[in-house]
Design a protein around this ligand. Structure first.
Ligand code: DGL
Length: 253
């Protein structure tokens, strides 16, 4: 049986999920989090769903062994590949992420919505269903290789990558850009500078944090009277932990 004082497990293929972690720590300052970056197996987004699911199972076992009371999949790609089986198998709540297409569709006028995500996210059945509901005017923009640039903090190469993408569209006819990968959230300010000011940029970190609060509340699992915090873990190296620590300090909104 889980208790209120147990930690919340959060994971991603690397450092991207730190963007969602920041939102969760802001909204739920009394919670203890364990963040796990599966850097050794990154990227997930160019693997098959089956490969991602087997990587995820190993990560989840490591988090379960530490007594987590809830699991947040801070990765759009892994949510599509693993959320359904994990929900069937685990007896703790599982919170996933999906590209923030719904809020983008709400602000769309008559222009396009560009959905930037990993190739696997955009191929998955889960995303197809999302497109059926909210995809009017939306274009899939797979970005293989972009998460690696965020992992390596390569600002110049990220800018060149994005410039190439945006050069394929008439950006004056774009109403919204969806950052459908938690890594891309760290490029939000850069993107804002590169595109016309009226374009909305949507992403799922705040929504995920609110969903976590709702689920903990509903299950009587909100931490009480404790000091929150985070433990950072990785399948990779000490250097990955350093990058995570640095990104945790980057103010995002
Ligand atoms: N950060 C992940 C996501 O939100 C995926 C990056 C990757 O491993 O390809 O989809």
């Amino acid at each position: 049986m889980s208790s209120r004082q147990d930690p919340v497990g959060v994971f991603d293929s690397g450092v991207g999920g730190i963007s969602a972690l920041q939102a969760m720590m802001r909204l739920l300052p009394g919670e203890r989090f364990i963040y796990y970056g599966d850097t050794v197996n990154a990227p997930y987004g160019t693997k098959s769903s089956e490969e991602v699911l087997s990587c995820v199972r190993i990560v989840v076992d490591r988090l379960l062994a530490q007594g987590i009371k809830a699991l947040v999949i801070a990765c759009n790609t892994a949510t599509g590949a693993a959320a359904a089986p994990l929900r069937r198998e685990l007896d703790i709540p599982v919170i996933g992420m999906e590209p923030a297409l719904k809020p983008a569709s709400e602000v769309r006028k008559d222009g396009k919505i560009l959905v930037l995500a990993t190739p696997l996210t955009l191929e998955q059945e889960k995303f197809r269903q999302l497109m059926d509901k909210y995809g009017e005017g939306a274009e899939k923009v797979p970005c293989p290789g972009l998460m690696e640039l965020v992992e390596h903090d390569d600002t110049a190469a990220s800018r060149a990558y994005l410039r190439d993408i945006f050069s394929r569209y008439d950006m004056d006819r774009v109403d919204a850009i969806v950052l459908g990968c938690t890594h891309y959230v760290f490029l939000k300010d850069m993107i804002r500078e590169m595109v016309p000011p009226g374009i909305a940029i949507t992403e799922g970190s705040e929504g995920t944090a609110r969903q976590l609060r709702r689920v903990l509340q509903r299950n009587g699992l909100l931490a009480e009277g404790t000091e929150g915090g985070v433990t950072l873990q990785t399948s990779g190296s000490e250097n990955d932990i350093r990058i995570m620590k640095r990104l945790l300090q980057v103010p995002l909104q």
